[in-house]
Design a protein around this ligand. Sequence first.
Ligand code: NAG
Ligand code: NAG
Ligand code: NAG
Ligand code: NAG
Length: 212
Amino acid sequence: MILLILRAWLVCSNKCLPFGTFLGKNLEVQAFSNCHNNSLSIDLNYHTDIVTGLKYQSIEYARRWLIQVKNLAFKSIPCASDIYHLNNFYYISSGESIPIYRIPNGSFCKPNEGSLLVYKRTKKLQIGHVAVITYVGNDHISVSEQDWDNQMWNGDYSRNITLKFVNLKYYVEDNEKILGWMSIKNKSMCVDSECKTCSKKYEGKLSACLYE
Ligand SMILES: *[C@@H]1O[C@H](CO)[C@@H](O)[C@H](O)[C@H]1NC(C)=O
Ligand SMILES: *[C@@H]1O[C@H](CO)[C@@H](O)[C@H](O)[C@H]1NC(C)=O
Ligand SMILES: *[C@@H]1O[C@H](CO)[C@@H](O)[C@H](O)[C@H]1NC(C)=O
Ligand SMILES: *[C@@H]1O[C@H](CO)[C@@H](O)[C@H](O)[C@H]1NC(C)=O
């Protein structure tokens, strides 16, 4: 009873759970809270001996999910939104690279399970955001992620997000701007190979994120 009240209070006050709290898991890939006072943890996380990223950013979860579930990873990037500019993942075991495809939000192709949903950098989402698409239904998708609201999950996913089909095109609807999703599946009619839907390169300090 006390636990239930505490939980409700935390959700209502929108207070995030303390840094490092276990939030839930998808296919054995565990997610932890990234709630802390200063916005950047400089602690690295590992899966076996592979560096997965900074605890407990959205990039870190996406990379760890790919490693654990698909034996795939992607190179080090400054910001979550930079995932939208990648051209390949690589196999952890062989190092062999595998092409990935940029599917803009609002395309003829439905999102796929295992694709990475990429959010734009904004004033609010300063490094953008990435979530793993772990279920695709007719009117919603489920995603698994870290560093969104840092709240306890209610199932094997962190959130369901509305999927709309309008004039033959699929749209993922959210309050924050979604660029699209990166997929290992190639349906050339939907692939933006020229990066037309990419936002422009960041002109500020090189140490900061490269892309908006
Ligand atoms: C974070 O902020 C809280 C409340 O202001 C404070 O009590 C706590 O010591 C801070 N923790 C760190 C690691 O700075
Ligand atoms: C989220 O979607 C999954 C898969 O369709 C469903 O089982 C679950 O009940 C949904 N959760 C909520 C809160 O709607
Ligand atoms: C998805 O794409 C459409 C078309 O570009 C856009 O109008 C909509 O705002 C986008 N949704 C999100 C959540 O970014
Ligand atoms: C994959 O998509 C790209 C970009 O549209 C296209 O040029 C290429 O031929 C496709 N590859 C395969 C194997 O279909």
